[in-house]
Structures are given as structure tokens and as C-alpha cells.
Design a protein around this ligand. Structure first.
Ligand code: IPE
Ligand code: IPE
Ligand code: MG
Length: 240
């Protein structure tokens, strides 16, 4: 691939959106779009890793997505189950690839067997450091900040932290992606111009790239295009 390795972002985050529309366009059920979307996730995660992008985050299910029909939510949960099970069975392959897999989001409200599978996959990959893959499941940016604030309040209450010592780093240390760099580039396929509660704290200076391609159609070439655009951006971080 002729993509420039210069100015490669350290952390790319992708909102995997458009599965439903993709299915509708083909006269299929929305769940068929999710199935294809899950395959695309696998390919694009591997492509990011091959390119040498160190951190990748994929938005798979938001805290608001529970509002959808029971049929759709159940189908999505079944897909997670299937993929997690496969991840577990393919653990050696993933170990070889050096994926450090983490699930970001709230475990609360998730089916218990899925939580167990998530824990197992995380545990088995925790010492790997080739590519850090975060999968945002039952994730909400606001909920994440609330969790961090609660843990800070707890420390203040029990006297291990002084209010005057609370800094941005204190909040960052309490969020799911603690220890990882903030996303440099957030990509949203499917043409919506919003973050939909994704990485709110971390996205302060992220570059945003919106693409019209629907996620099930997303190809490595589409990622190349986003990376090319990113490489040309002038990031100022408030400076001149
Ligand atoms: C993203 O695709 C997947 C999830 C949010 C689970 P959508 O299901 O939101 O697809 P559209 O936006 O309806 O096309
Ligand atoms: C964001 O997409 C969540 C995921 C892709 C997992 P949505 O489809 O839920 O976002 P809205 O509802 O269009 O803002
Ligand atoms: Mg959507």
C-alpha cells in the first residue's frame, strides 16, 4: 500500500457506523449489516496493526444502543458472544500478532457470560504490546467521565487525595484508556457529523475525518484516504 508512513497517528479511533443502512440498501435485515461489520472490524484492525499504528479503538456498542429493538440488541450480543468465543479459540494467533485487547465501557448490564469471555481475552493478551486494540462495548463517554469522577471523590473522601491535587492527569488516570495516548484521529464512516458520546474526554484535540462509506463497505483504501488527509492536517493544540 502506498500510504505514507510519515505522520502516522499513534492512535486511531473508529466509529463503526452504517451497518443498518448498508443492510437496508440491500433489502436485508439490520442484523446482516452487523455481521458483515464485524468481519470488517477484523480486517481493519489487522490492517492498522500491519501499518504500525500502535493504538486503535473501535466503537462497537454505545450505552445508548440499548434503546434499539430487543431483536437487534440480542443479535448484536450474540455476535459479540460468537466473536469473543472465536477470539478465545484463536488466542494463539492473536498472541502471535501481539494484540493487546481491551474492552472499554461498562461491564454492568452486559450478559455475564460475555463479561467472562471479555475478561479471559483481556487476561490472555495483557502482556502483548505490538498493537493495543480497544473495543468499546457498552461504552459512553459521559459515563466514563462519571466513573473517573466517582473514583476521585472516593479518594478525597478517604483522605488519600487532596482536592488541590486534582489535575487533568487525575481524571485521565481514571478513564478506560488510562495510560494510552489520546486519539490523534477519529474516523466516522457513514456520513454523520457527530461523536455520539465517543471518547469525549480523550478527543479534545483529535482530528476528525468523516467518510460517506458505510462501515460494512469499509476497505483498507478508505483508511488510507483518512490517513493521507490526517497527514496533511496542521495540528496546533491552541498554539500558532
Ligand atoms: C453501527 O451501525 C453499529 C451499532 C451502533 C451497533 P448502525 O446499526 O448504527 O447503522 P445505521 O447507522 O443504522 O446505518
Ligand atoms: C454510534 O453510532 C455508536 C456505534 C457505532 C457503536 P449510532 O448509530 O448509535 O449513533 P447515532 O445514534 O447515529 O448518533
Ligand atoms: Mg448508526
Amino acid at each position: 500500500m502506498a500510504i505514507s508512513r510519515e505522520n502516522l497517528p499513534q492512535h486511531v479511533a473508529i466509529i463503526m457506523d452504517g451497518n443498518g443502512r448498508w443492510a437496508k440498501q440491500r433489502g436485508l435485515k439490520r442484523t446482516e449489516g452487523h455481521k458483515v461489520g464485524a468481519e470488517v472490524f477484523r480486517n481493519i484492525a489487522k490492517y492498522c496493526s500491519d501499518l504500525g499504528i500502535k493504538h486503535v479503538t473501535f466503537y462497537a456498542f454505545s450505552t445508548e444502543n440499548w434503546k434499539r429493538s430487543k431483536t437487534e440488541v440480542t443479535a448484536i450480543m450474540n455476535l459479540f458472544r460468537k466473536y469473543l468465543d472465536e477470539m478465545q479459540r484463536r488466542a494463539e494467533e492473536n498472541e502471535e500478532a501481539g494484540y493487546n485487547i481491551r474492552f472499554i465501557g461498562s461491564r454492568e448490564g452486559m450478559p455475564k457470560d460475555i463479561v467472562k469471555l471479555m475478561d479471559t481475552v483481556e487476561e490472555r493478551s495483557k502482556d502483548k504490546s505490538n498493537t493495543y486494540v480497544n473495543l468499546a462495548v457498552n461504552y459512553g463517554g459521559r459515563a466514563e467521565i462519571v466513573e473517573s469522577v466517582k473514583s476521585i471523590a472516593e479518594k478525597v473522601k478517604n483522605g488519600t487525595l487532596k482536592i488541590e491535587d486534582i489535575t487533568e492527569d487525575t481524571v485521565s488516570a481514571g478513564i478506560y484508556t488510562a495510560g494510552q495516548p489520546d486519539p490523534d484521529l477519529i474516523i466516522r464512516p457513514s456520513g454523520e457529523y457527530r461523536l455520539s458520546n465517543f471518547l469525549l474526554w480523550q478527543s479534545a484535540y483529535a482530528e476528525i475525518y468523516i467518510d460517506d462509506v458505510l462501515w460494512p463497505d469499509y476497505k483498507p483504501e478508505d483508511l488510507d484516504r483518512a490517513l493521507e488527509a490526517y497527514a496533511k492536517r496542521n495540528r496546533r493544540f491552541g498554539g500558532v
